[in-house]
Design a protein around this ligand. Sequence first.
Ligand code: SOE
Length: 379
Amino acid sequence: MVGNGFMGAAHSQGWRVAPRFFELAATPETTVLVGRDEHRVAAAADNWGWHETSTSWRDTIARDDIDVVDIVTPGDSHAEIAIAALEAGKHVLCEKPLANTVAEAEAMAAAAERATEQGIRAMVGFTYRRVPAVTFARDLVAAGRIGQVRQVRAVYLQDWLRDAESPMTWRLDKTRAGSGALGDIGAHAVDLAQFVTGRQLASVSGVLETLVAERPLLAEGRGLSGTAAAERGQVTVDDVALFTGRFDDGVLGSFEATRFSTGRKNALRLEVSGSDGAIAFNLEDLNSLQFYDATADPAVQGFTKVLVTEPEHPYVSAWWPAGHMLGYEHGFSHQARDFVDAIVRGEQPRPSFADGLQVQRVLDAVETSSGAGSAWTAV
Ligand code: SOE
């Protein structure tokens, strides 16, 4: 695994725990953790259960005993590492968004396509697809339980940038992150809406805005928190992304991504309204799915809170006895399980790099639209 930040911890948990709860087609070994800082990577490896460390991803991907490369670095290094790893014959799991630009994502998808001919697989880490309630929502929509899809609402709301004095992180630097709320969390909303409805966005009209243009530089700490230095730096990404989208079959969707939604910590919400019913999901209440059946007796109609904690639900039977709860980290185990199984069975794991490229094109179209006064822009 390349990268030892917050996502490194989450993915490590997935790799370690998946083989203990699922019957995997092969057992992953957490062999080498790669990071830039020798001491930091050693401490992380010790904590998260990696056997060795390295400060060189190039040396690591050249090793014969490495089969899979997991990339959890900021977006500016995804393309270089992923393409080199695929060319070295390694299966690649890459964090979202796939890249910082459409050009990089295109090169990655092309490399993945070439590698497929050699039986090498690539997948992008839109982990929330693998929250049981989300997979279950997809199954209900695909089975026609809400009838014809009429409208989609997707938001991802966080508030960790609410304080204008909270320091800069790489996520606020366009050269490192590619975009702000749009790519960091809006990409999840786009993937979720497309995955659950089985549709792709064809055009968008959007607006991006930066609410706090300058922040203290980071003195110490990493990730989503740290202490502020006296010097200040320029925020070069969007803080808020708002857009409307039209899916390939004409269905309309509304989208919002912000890290300034005071009081909302991780509200990735999706609502799909259909002719015969509706589903509503909220990551802040991830063990449940709201389901509305418009074909039921009108006297007892209403959104039902279905607890997605039963063995009948996707992924759930591998964990605890019926009725027990799962959390944020379980999606990473499901991701590890599905990726390993696809590799061993010789199947294309989803979301593929081609899926990641398509999301990248949506993000790019939103940015273009915003620069053109919210003009409708083809994806
Ligand atoms: C920060 O906004 C972040 O960690 C995202 O980068 C992740 O993709 C999301 O899972 C949680 O929030």
